[in-house]
Design a protein around this ligand. Structure first.
Ligand code: IK2
Length: 416
């Protein structure tokens, strides 16, 4: 065998300039960049509140059991169909739409497996760019998960926004939201976080969802749901699916992006689904064929392992029951951390009103900390969070909550 030679380009030698010399340095990702900074920090007190880990990933016991079962089944590694594992997509749709969903029973929901929630959004926005009969624009809440914007733009959709968050009340700006949704041209595509809005942790109430559904029917708007946290908001997967199920019941032809990253802790397995409610099984077949046309040149077909885990859990009575208990446990733990943070801030006489830390929903809390305070927390206290003041409450625990409350209190008092 010939010895390997180090790579050398003759052109590089002659021109003394690389083909990529003009490639500009891009900025770090606003969210995942936080984890990179955290990893570089060597202080033992450091805390990463960017997404949800402190380097101690928790594998759910139900997931461990499913993996054990799968291991002993010695499943093959054949390619999956383009739209993924049929057992998984059926069960994912049942979880979201509910077992008694009419379109599900009538066989008119097209579903494809996706590379987690992000992949579902990629497929969904590409589907809209190609097939939506109205304007190629999408309205996103302000603020929204940062990645929504480049995902929609990369698909060629124009990005517009509607009011969502009221900085004064640190709650939902429902009047602003309704006003903007009413003002959008008829037939606009409106992206809605189905539950546990990221980054604010503020959701409409069930009555507010009902009102939104009516307005959107009147305006013939199209609801594009993103449900990355089913079960994480309330601890109950049915309760958290209220908005999606209500809109479907009222006759909206929704589309839905699902992620199993958080509720099953399957982050790196990249398990998700994109679905489209259609008018008939025949229409579903046509939509299905177009979803395949989008997926095939993207990644051909999805990975199998994570989908098998999710299908195993959702398809087994006992494992499903166990998993639902674990989801409730994760949601309850987050609620208890919210209470502990609130108490820690109040006990330290931290200036400001902190009720929102308790009342917000899901794994994130939009604290109201300023970018300067977030910078000081990272530089002086080794506490990392996104500069919009978003904190992953899921990353707080008995071991770091006091230090975090102390650090936030000092940052707000200007004592860091
Ligand atoms: N949609 C929303 C609203 C999300 O919050 C996420 C997950 N975000 O968490 C990681 C991060 O902040 O980057 C997703 C979709 C999709 O996540 P995934 O692709 O991991 O399923």
């Amino acid at each position: 065998m010939l010895p390997l030679k180090p790579f050398s380009s003759p052109l590089l030698g002659k021109r003394l300039i690389s083909t990529w010399a003009n490639v500009k340095q891009g900025p770090p990702d606003a969210i995942l960049g936080v984890t990179e900074a955290f990893k570089r920090d060597k202080d033992p007190r450091k805390i990463n509140l960017g997404v949800d880990g402190n380097g101690k990933p928790y594998v759910l016991p139900s997931v461990q059991k499913a993996e054990d079962l799968l291991y002993h089944q010695h499943g093959d590694k054949e390619y999956l169909p383009i739209t993924g594992l049929g057992d998984f997509t059926k069960l994912a749709a049942k979880l979201a739409y509910g077992p008694s969903s009419k379109p599900l029973k009538e066989g008119r929901i097209a579903v494809t497996q996706s590379i987690s929630g992000t992949g579902a959004l990629r497929i969904g926005t590409a589907f809209f760019a190609r097939h939506y009969p109205g304007a190629k624009a999408i309205y996103l809440p302000s603020p929204t998960w940062g990645n929504h914007i480049p995902i929609a733009k990369d698909a060629g959709l124009e990005v517009k926004s509607y009011s969502y968050f009221d900085k004064e009340t640190v709650g939902l700006d429902f009047d602003g939201m309704k006003k903007d949704i009413r003002a959008a041209p008829d037939g606009s595509v409106i992206l809605l976080h189905a539950c546990a809005h990221n980054p604010t942790g503020v959701d409409p109430t069930h009555n507010q969802w009902k009102e939104l559904s009516e307005i959107m029917l009147e305006k013939k708007h199209f609801p594009f749901f993103d449900m990355a946290y089913q079960g994480f908001a309330s601890g109950d997967t049915d309760y958290d699916a209220f908005a999606v199920r209500h809109f479907v019941e009222k006759g909206h032809q929704v589309v839905l992006c699902q992620s199993f990253a958080k509720n099953m802790g399957l982050y790196s397995e990249r398990v998700g689904a994109f679905s489209v409610v259609t008018a008939s099984p025949e229409e579903k077949e046509r939509v299905d064929s177009q979803l395949k046309i989008i997926v095939r040149p993207l990644y051909s077909n999805p990975p199998i392992h994570g989908a098998r885990i999710a299908a195993c859990i959702l398809g087994s009575h006992d494992l499903n029951k166990q998993w639902l208990g674990e989801v409730k446990g994760m949601a309850d733990r987050i609620i208890s951390m919210r209470d502990a943070l609130y108490d820690g801030l109040i006990q330290r006489n931290t200036p400001g009103e902190w009720g929102h830390v308790r009342s917000q929903i899901g794994m994130f809390s939009f604290t109201g900390l300023t970018p300067a305070q977030c910078d000081a927390l990272a530089a002086k206290a080794h506490v990392y969070l996104t500069r919009d003041g978003r904190v992953s409450v899921a990353a707080l625990n008995a071991g770091n909550i006091d230090y975090f409350a102390e650090s936030v209190s000092k940052a707000v008092k200007g004592e860091l």
